[in-house]
Design a protein around this ligand. Structure first.
Ligand code: ACO
Length: 349
């Protein structure tokens, strides 16, 4: 069985920088509140018509593929993680395959929100291990700015979120002491509704134990999107921030410790932890709990906000480009997000 290694990595963020003060035009908030609670100073927003989740993924993929020393035609499988797809269906994977003129390879979309990239990496890792594929493109990309509630009603989540993309090429490695050592995936569906976009969807409030006001149970179709749903802002992300925070600070360290334990390693063995960039306070809490030094953790939420499925590959790419990750280093990726989902990966670089 082969291990897989990250052979190339790339990232793309839109040029449009949106500061905390820029958000004051739309909602009642402040630079002080946002920085104090989240650490975020600014984020990027995609061009409204010229950039999509897929086009940003393509830009990140081009860099990752070039750095892997291959061409788009050499890619034999795509795994694309996003919660803000160009279309409800089909997924972004096929749009990327078309845009990059790749062969008629398989393309899989992963819907695991902030844990999406680590889930996608884990899926790709299994395909490499079995020998089924040799050059897998794994992408995490998001264009959130198109679907946020920019009124004061939606401020708790809208100020956190940013757009961007990251990508890696996974290849088999023959080297004994290199590659993905293990991945660990978890979910807790009991908390599915604490961080979610409820509509459009097919649930008709089944899980919310509420009646949809203008819904006639005897009619067929037509309830994909209703005035009631829009009045209740259910077409925007909803977040019970405190519940998410409380869960994250307990579960996030657990999934990191699980990865270390599975490989007989300690926190002191970690050269670089790349935590999902959800909130700087959560990352700092995890760092303290695991007694990691500043040099062992990379954060860039200050510049890019929370880019959900793109946050881990963007932070990994930046850390690598800055020379903070070198050959032989032990890198831990860890993420939590809507679902509630959790994921970690340990990589010997
Ligand atoms: N600006 C100003 N005030 C605000 C804002 C804002 N952007 N957002 C909320 N407030 C106000 C609230 O209205 C409330 O006011 P009140 O006391 O008068 O009622 C007050 O601030 C406190 O609100 P809380 O929601 O209790 O604020 P909290 O301290 O919990 O911080 C935060 C909110 C930063 C969102 C925090 O809960 C958090 O970080 N949660 C986890 C977020 C996260 O990691 N999400 C997962 C990823 S996102 C994703 O997957 C899409």
């Amino acid at each position: 069985m082969h291990k897989s290694k990250i052979a190339g990595i790339g990232m793309y963020v839109p040029a449009n920088v949106v500061t905390n003060n820029d958000l004051l035009k739309y909602m009642d908030t402040s630079d002080e509140w946002i920085q104090e609670r989240t650490g975020i100073k600014e984020r990027r927003y995609a061009h409204r018509t010229e950039e999509t989740t897929t086009t940003m993924g393509v830009e990140a993929a081009k860099i990752a593929i070039e750095r892997a020393g291959i061409t788009p035609q050499d890619i034999d499988f795509i795994v694309f993680a996003t919660l803000s797809p160009d279309y409800y269906f089909p997924g972004c994977g096929v749009l990327l395959q078309r845009a990059m003129q790749m062969k008629e390879i398989g393309a899989l979309d992963v819907r695991n929100q902030c844990s999406g990239f680590v889930y996608a990496l884990s899926v790709a890792d299994q395909f490499i291990k079995t020998g089924m594929y040799k050059n897998i493109l794994v992408v995490g990309a998001e264009k959130h700015s198109f679907g946020l509630d920019f009124t004061t009603r939606g401020r708790n989540i809208s100020v956190i979120i940013g757009d961007g993309a990251g990508a890696v090429v996974l290849k088999p490695t023959e080297k004994e002491n290199q590659g993905i050592l293990s991945t660990h995936l978890h979910s807790d569906g009991t908390a599915a509704e604490i961080l979610a976009m409820y509509n459009p969807g097919t649930h008709a409030n089944h899980w919310l134990n509420q009646k949809v006001a203008d819904f006639n149970e005897n009619e067929i179709g037509d309830m994909f999107m209703s005035h009631d749903m829009i009045d209740k802002a259910q077409n925007f992300p909803f977040m019970d921030g405190q519940s998410v925070f409380k869960k994250a600070v307990v579960k996030f360290p657990e999934v990191i410790m699980e990865a270390l334990a599975a490989n007989g390693l300690q926190t002191t063995d970690i050269n670089m932890l790349i935590p999902h960039q959800a909130n700087l306070r959560i990352a700092q809490f995890v760092q303290q709990k695991l007694k990691l030094s500043d040099d062992q953790v990379y954060n860039n939420i200050q510049k890019f906000g929370n880019t959900t499925a793109a946050s881990v590959p963007i932070a990994l790419c930046e850390a690598w480009e800055a020379g903070k990750i070198k050959d032989g280093d032990l890198v831990c990726l860890a993420a939590f997000g809507s679902g509630f989902t959790l994921a970690s990966a340990l990589i010997k670089w």
